[in-house]
Design a protein around this ligand. Structure first.
Ligand SMILES: Nc1nc2c(c(=O)[nH]1)N[C@H]1C(S)=C(S)[C@@H](COP(=O)(O)O)O[C@H]1N2
Ligand SMILES: [Mo]
Length: 438
């Protein structure tokens, strides 16, 4: 992180729960030459627990090493310090591959993709939180507390993948604007809640229903409380699937604040942008939903392939539905070194939005030949599957291990970047790691 980014990050963190001393420090004004004012130096001393002896030389924008060297200081509330922060306004953080090694992604390792500011934690009263169902295609308008949802409808637990439509965006060329996700906007925790369809049916669904969309309690970064940050949805057929959940728990605990506590939608297999966080309202629409980030170029790709760099008109863009076939090596970390004659154990996960993975292979010769991996079945639909293999290397040297998943329709991952699109969605190129044998 550059100092500039880091300082911005601290501003964001401090806003949540840092002390007055740090507030003074990070809100501090500097004089014209960029040195911090005396009040800020004193405040910084308080935050560090000792006075800053040569504070008069301290330049604004420089992070005290005592803070900069501490991972804890930068970790997001409730999140593993190894997450990589891509943006802090709003907060976006991805998970490096080796931290996705768990079969069930722990809450602190699930990526965060916020389009706005989450509701302040002290404003979230679980006992008062409500969810309203309405819309042109709802037969009635109904409001439920979380306790009512839990009691009135059967509770279900599914392991479901959440993957941001922009995962892998960093590889696109010409580059696409937006968070430069590498491989880590993916996770597969276990979610507990009620079936969306049970709640929709309780309110009543008209036969002309086409789409189901959400509204959440996050607010726009520009501070306007009325401006909706994001409101997306799914076709009614997806909403009615058994695994489409209104969830209040992740891995048997409260959903982490940054991931939508106390209530969110989870649609495994669809772009995670459909899975509304801090959920307060669901609308049953008689047309394709037209909320913010549903229209124009957002979460859409050209309906027909285009040459890289092409400007595509809005009407030629199609909404992303099921996410593509993909896989990730979560062990070992890239850069692993092994001794000649040793076999290298590899493992990871594979997933797809509307089918199942039936074949998993690895290559150590840049894709010229492929060998099979062991592959598990999914615990339920839209959960990722696990693979492993033992890799043999013919001689000492540098290798890359590539992995490739294939689904039940014989659709496989491209080795290089697939179809370029203006916003950089749906990159499902093979994952690869570097290995040195010596
Ligand atoms: N209310 C609300 N829901 C939201 C978002 C948001 O900004 N606000 N971001 C969406 C996007 S783009 C993604 S990729 C997922 C990310 O979920 P996560 O932060 O729990 O990983 O949440 C989706 N749901
Ligand atoms: Mo996303």
């Amino acid at each position: 992180m550059s100092n500039k980014q880091t300082k911005k990050g601290i501003h964001e963190l401090y806003k949540k729960d840092k002390t007055e001393a740090e507030k003074a420090l990070w809100g501090a004004s500097a004089n014209r030459r960029g040195f911090l004012k005396k009040t800020a130096i004193v405040a910084m001393g308080a935050a560090l627990g000792a006075p800053v002896v040569f504070g008069r030389n301290y330049t604004s924008g420089l992070i005290p090493a005592a803070f900069a060297d501490s991972n804890d200081f930068f970790s997001l509330p409730g999140k593993h310090s190894g997450l990589i922060i891509l943006n802090d306004k709003p907060i976006n953080a991805e998970t490096p591959p080796h931290l996705l090694d768990d079969k069930i992604t722990p809450g602190d390792k699930l990526f965060v993709r916020n389009n706005g500011l989450p509701p302040a934690e002290n404003t979230v009263d679980v006992s008062k939180w409500t969810l309203t169902i309405e819309g042109e295609s709802a037969l009635s308008k109904k409001t439920y507390t979380i306790a009512q949802l839990k009691a009135k409808f059967k509770n279900y637990t599914y392991q479901l993948t959440l993957e941001c439509g922009g995962n892998g965006r960093k590889e696109f060329n010409p580059p696409a604007k937006g968070n430069q996700w590498t491989t880590g906007a993916i996770g597969c925790p276990e979610w507990t809640g009620v079936r969306l369809k049970d709640v929709l049916n309780d309110a009543g669904v008209k036969s002309n229903a086409v789409y189901v969309a959400y509204y959440g309690k996050d607010t726009h970064i520009n501070g306007d409380p009325k401006k909706v940050v994001i409101s997306r949805g799914v076709p009614i057929s997806k909403a009615m699937e058994d695994e489409s959940l209104i969830a209040w728990a992740m891995n048997g605990e409260d959903i982490p604040m940054l991931n939508g506590h106390p209530l969110r939608l989870v649609f495994g297999g669809f772009p995670a942008s459909c899975s509304g966080k801090w959920l307060s309202k669901i609308v049953i629409r008689n047309k394709v939903h037209d909320g913010p980030k549903m229209t124009g170029q957002s979460y859409r790709v050209p309906c027909k392939p285009v040459a890289p760099g092409t400007k595509v008109e809005d009407e030629d863009m199609c909404i992303i539905e099921a996410m593509p076939v993909k896989s990730l090596i979560t062990f070992p970390q890239t850069g692993a070194t092994i001794k000649k004659g040793q076999k290298l154990p590899i493992r990871g996960h594979a997933w797809t939005g509307d089918s199942k993975i039936t074949k998993m292979e690895f290559s150590i010769d840049f894709g010229a030949t492929w060998k099979p991996c062991n592959l598990t079945e999914a615990v339920n639909r839209f959960a990722w599957q696990h693979f492993d293999a033992k890799v043999d290397f013919p001689q000492t040297g540098y290798y890359e291990v590539w992995v490739k998943a294939t689904d039940a329709n014989a659709i496989t991952q491209p080795m290089l970047l697939p179809g370029w699109n203006p916003r950089g969605y749906l990159n499902n190129a093979c994952h690869r790691i570097a290995v040195k044998v010596q």
